[in-house]
Design a protein around this ligand. Structure first.
Ligand code: ATP
Ligand code: MG
Length: 254
């Protein structure tokens, strides 16, 4: 089976992510796309991420109606920063010989690939599907490569003249370009819509079940420092309801 690993913070998952997965699944005949939220993204985030459990729950809701799309716990609670090279190797070790793994990524994220851990090794472990995103050019894909893999200027120019589709085969990397996705949406924008309590905007950018979930769990209300009320709700949903009944938080440790 052809399988893609699709990583991100997914805070929250949105219609852009789903469009990326759908376009790749159709073009490459993928039988599975693992949406893999990072528990601890290696690059420092400017803001505190939403609890992993919430991000995972939203992914489960968003992927429920497509049998190819599966939310993955590969990068959950490993206790270490989630370096893609490790995730890919861990996933590959579970696959059959007949399976083929791709790494699915948007061009904005791919532009940072050189700053990732062991980018050359990662690029040689797995073929990449790099997908277009409004505001970024797929023509930058060659320039983004780590220096040791970067094509010559002449090749770069030739690549840029090509249409933003097709496959680039280099020694040490295979990049499939997919230029069909034009979803102008980001999680950043959705967090802002939720903070403004704009349900109308929210439901334009996320599946309706995800919009409902954001609303009932009071997510993204107060920017990075959520209001105490929202925090309390989260405790009830995930821990306190189970361990302490509904009487509120216990002060016992453990
Ligand atoms: P944020 O605004 O918090 O950075 P985001 O919308 O960029 O969120 P991420 O979780 O950072 O979402 O992205 C996960 C992966 O999905 C990345 O590879 C990213 O490039 C890709 N991606 C996200 N949104 C789009 C989009 N609208 N079009 C194409 N690719 C996208
Ligand atoms: Mg992003």
């Amino acid at each position: 089976m052809k399988i893609a690993l699709f990583g991100g913070t997914f805070d929250p998952v949105h219609l852009g992510h789903l469009a990326v997965a759908r376009a790749a699944a159709e073009k490459f005949g993928l039988g599975r796309v693992y949406f893999t939220p990072a528990d601890l993204p290696p690059h420092k985030q400017k803001r505190k991420l939403t609890d992993f459990q919430h991000r995972f729950a939203m992914l489960a809701l968003a992927t429920a109606d497509d049998p190819r799309f599966v939310p993955s716990l590969l990068d959950a609670h490993t206790g270490h920063p989630n370096y893609s090279i490790n995730t890919v190797r861990r996933l590959k070790s579970t696959l059959k010989k007949t399976d083929k793994l791709y790494f699915l990524i948007g061009i904005d994220a791919f532009k940072d690939i050189s700053t990732w851990r062991q980018p050359e090794e990662l690029l040689s472990e797995v073929e990449f599907i790099v997908v277009s995103r409004p505001g970024h050019s797929l023509a930058d894909v060659g320039r983004a490569l780590p220096e040791s893999l970067r094509p010559t200027d002449l090749m770069l120019r030739a690549m840029r003249r090509q249409q933003a589709e097709g496959t680039i085969e280099l020694t040490g990397a295979t990049l499939h370009l997919l230029g069909a996705v034009r979803e102008k949406v980001s999680s950043t924008q959705i967090r802002a819509a939720a903070a403004n309590r704009s349900m109308k905007q929210l439901s334009r950018y996320v599946p309706s079940l995800v919009a409902e979930y954001i609303k009932k769990e009071n997510l993204y209300l107060g920017g990075s420092a959520e209001k105490d009320g929202a925090r309390e709700d989260k405790m009830l949903s995930f821990q306190d309801a189970r361990h302490h009944g509904h009487a509120g938080r216990s002060h016992k440790n453990g």
